[in-house]
Design a protein around this ligand. Structure first.
Ligand code: F6P
Length: 366
């Protein structure tokens, strides 16, 4: 017999991403259809500490699906990580009758959800970040919309670059992960790209641009992920823009597509996947599932243990310690490795494609 859930709390935490509202809406509607109340928690984990809640009926989520951002707002809350913070959160949950939480965000958000689960609140995570950097999931809510906005903006630049025979160095979003940049560069036909996962040579990039220009090409896009840092910690994008101006006769502009790509209309892919994930989160909670994150793998929406998901993130980043590995079975470690390899392969395949079809390589064959 599964425990009866009185109320499901919903929060969005960390950087917002398009589609978060669709996920919230799906949680509320699915819960209502199952006879369970939903409670919105404002400003992520901070709202849990402050008891800043709002009852969400089915009609309260009307007209939210087409808007980016999160109508429950978001924040990054350090106090939640302290024992005192957790105590406040638990007291507020008890007072409000919240015995389960759906937390939408990135890996920091999942760590918070795992903590809640350890303290007796059922918790499920939904991956919501434009970076698509959750290794256990093929997709994160927000990626497709941010990608389309990035590509639309690149296409806008392309025409003016062509007209004025300019090169635009464009810094794209992605703290550590180049997935957004890679897809955007391929889809917009960029001449040059750089992502943090692959080594770059700044001098080589400048040489390439000059070679491309020498073939008569007027407009050029150099799409550089914000996560690409030089040895001294400065950004490659900014340095390149400076150097093109100072050291070449190429007319160069610098553009930064930062938080703007989190806005706009969520795409169809976004809202469908976010809705699927939201509904699945409620379904699993009602089946008694706990401390899992809802992922998309090979087109299937399914749960993965948060503990496993976070350890896989660390393995991918090379920070999973030998001690931490002992918490998992050899089979689980094998699965983690396979997921990391899958992610590395995906990036490598796309990176190779981008190089196979970029203007520079075509001219090289002449
Ligand atoms: O993690 C998503 C992301 O949009 C990154 O691409 C970016 O580096 C970061 O968030 C920016 O975060 P903030 O909203 O805190 O400036």
């Amino acid at each position: 017999m599964q425990p009866k859930i009185r109320k499901i709390g919903i929060l969005t935490s960390g950087g917002d991403s398009p589609g978060m509202n669709a996920a919230i809406r799906a949680v509320v509607r699915k819960a209502a259809n199952e006879g369970v109340h939903a409670m919105g928690i404002y400003e992520g984990y901070k709202g849990l500490l402050d008891g800043n809640f709002v009852e969400l009926s089915s009609s309260a989520v009307t007209n939210k699906i087409n808007v980016s951002g999160s109508f429950l707002y978001s924040s990054r809350c350090l106090e939640f990580k302290t024992p005192e913070g957790m105590e406040k959160a638990l007291v507020n949950c008890e007072k409000a009758g919240i015995d389960a939480v759906v937390a939408i965000g990135g890996d920091g958000t999942f760590a918070g959800a795992e903590d809640l689960a350890k303290h007796g609140i059922l918790a499920v995570g939904i991956p919501g970040t434009i970076d698509n950097d959750i290794v256990v999931s093929d997709y994160t809510v927000g990626f497709d919309s941010a990608l389309n906005t990035t590509v639309n903006n690149l296409n806008c630049l392309r025409s003016t670059c062509e007209t004025h025979s300019r090169l635009s160095v464009v810094e794209t979003m992605g703290r550590r992960c180049g997935m957004l940049t890679l897809h955007a560069a391929i889809a917009s036909g960029a001449a040059i790209l750089a992502i943090p996962e692959f080594p770059f040579d700044e001098d080589e990039i400048i040489r390439k641009a000059l070679e491309i220009r020498s073939t008569g090409k007027r407009g050029m896009l150099a799409v550089i992920c914000e996560g690409c840092k030089k040895e001294d910690g400065t950004k490659l994008s900014e340095s390149l823009a400076r150097r093109f101006k100072a050291e070449t006769n190429i007319d160069a502009t610098f553009e930064k597509f930062s938080h703007v790509v989190r806005g706009g209309l969520p795409t169809v892919r976004e809202n469908v996947t976010a809705s699927e994930m939201g509904a699945k989160a409620v379904e699993l909670l009602l089946e008694g599932e706990n401390s899992v994150v809802i992922v998309e793998r090979d087109g299937r929406i399914q749960p993965v243990e948060i503990h496993f998901a976070l350890a896989t993130q660390r393995m991918y980043r090379g920070t999973l310690t030998a001690e931490e590995k002992k918490e998992f079975t050899p089979k689980q470690i094998k699965e983690m490795k396979a997921l990391c390899e899958r992610r590395t392969d995906e990036l490598a395949t796309l990176y190779k494609l981008s190089r196979d079809i970029c203007h520079f390589h075509l001219t090289q064959m002449k």
